[in-house]
Unconditional design. Structure first.
Length: 256
């Protein structure tokens, strides 16, 4: 049995991600549905979606599969390698950017696809800052988005910077949305219910002479609108377009 010390073995992880090397053979007798890496990964994803990544363990994955933990280690070296495989698996749902149009349309589609994956799998965004190795799906995503902006006249360093900028915006927007949902669950109140209770109290505290700019926005009723004034999507599209405006301006100025 492999020793699961929480550290990822790069060689074993890459072999697992790309499904290289010999996989355990299906037994001549036994369960009709044989244990496979893909089945283990899908089970782990379902558990992480339901309970969060922090609660994921090899033992929890083994339970719904009705196998021993030792059996899992025959297929997956440890939890760290499993999480890397989980990340690459969900990235298979990333949209294809072929035929998306120009670089701006492609980045719009790329950003929305990343947001949708993060919504379905809230444990994904924090992994962006972890040292994850690239599997076939993540490699295809990067190749696709870099290819989509390759005709914008940017250097290789600038191309990478643009993708990182968009990724950072998507992660921030998703994090903000997740925080709002967490606050609703913790307080047991929707935003409208919370505003109805606290709004009148805050109005008595906010002085127009001391806080003139905030008062102007507050009295306009913006905070009463969906998404705290940012719209039903939490301002995602507004922010995305401003990010892309900035990139477009940069491309235009550097080509002059």
């Amino acid at each position: 049995m492999a020793k699961d010390n929480g550290r990822m073995d790069p060689a074993r992880t890459l072999a697992l991600l790309w499904r290289q090397g010999n996989q355990p053979a299906r037994p001549a007798r036994g369960p009709r549905q044989a244990l496979t890496v893909d089945r283990i990964v899908q089970t782990a994803i379902a558990l992480a979606d339901a309970e969060g990544l922090a609660s994921l363990s090899m033992r929890k994955v083994a339970e719904p599969l009705e196998v021993s933990v030792m059996s899992l280690y025959t297929y997956v070296p440890g939890r760290a390698e499993l999480v890397n495989c989980m990340l690459d698996e969900v990235l298979a749902a990333s949209p294809s950017l072929e035929g998306a149009g120009d670089w701006r349309a492609a980045l719009e589609q790329y950003a929305r696809g990343g947001r949708d994956i993060a919504r379905r799998h809230p444990w994904v965004p924090p992994l962006a800052s972890a040292r994850m190795l690239m599997g076939p799906n993540e490699t295809a995503v990067w190749d696709g988005v870099l290819g989509a902006i390759s005709g914008a006249g940017l250097t290789e360093r600038e191309m990478l910077g643009v993708v990182h900028l968009v990724n950072g915006y998507v992660r921030g927007a998703v994090h903000q949305s997740a925080d709002a949902e967490h606050d609703e669950r913790r307080a047991g109140l929707s935003y409208d219910e919370w505003y109805e209770q606290s709004g009148p109290l805050l109005e008595r505290m906010i002085s127009v002479t001391r806080f003139p700019h905030l008062t102007r926005v507050w009295m306009a009723g913006v905070f009463e609108e969906p998404g705290e004034g940012l719209g039903p999507d939490g301002g995602f599209e507004f922010g995305l377009q401003r990010v892309l405006d900035g990139i477009e301006q940069y491309i235009a100025h550097r080509s002059v």
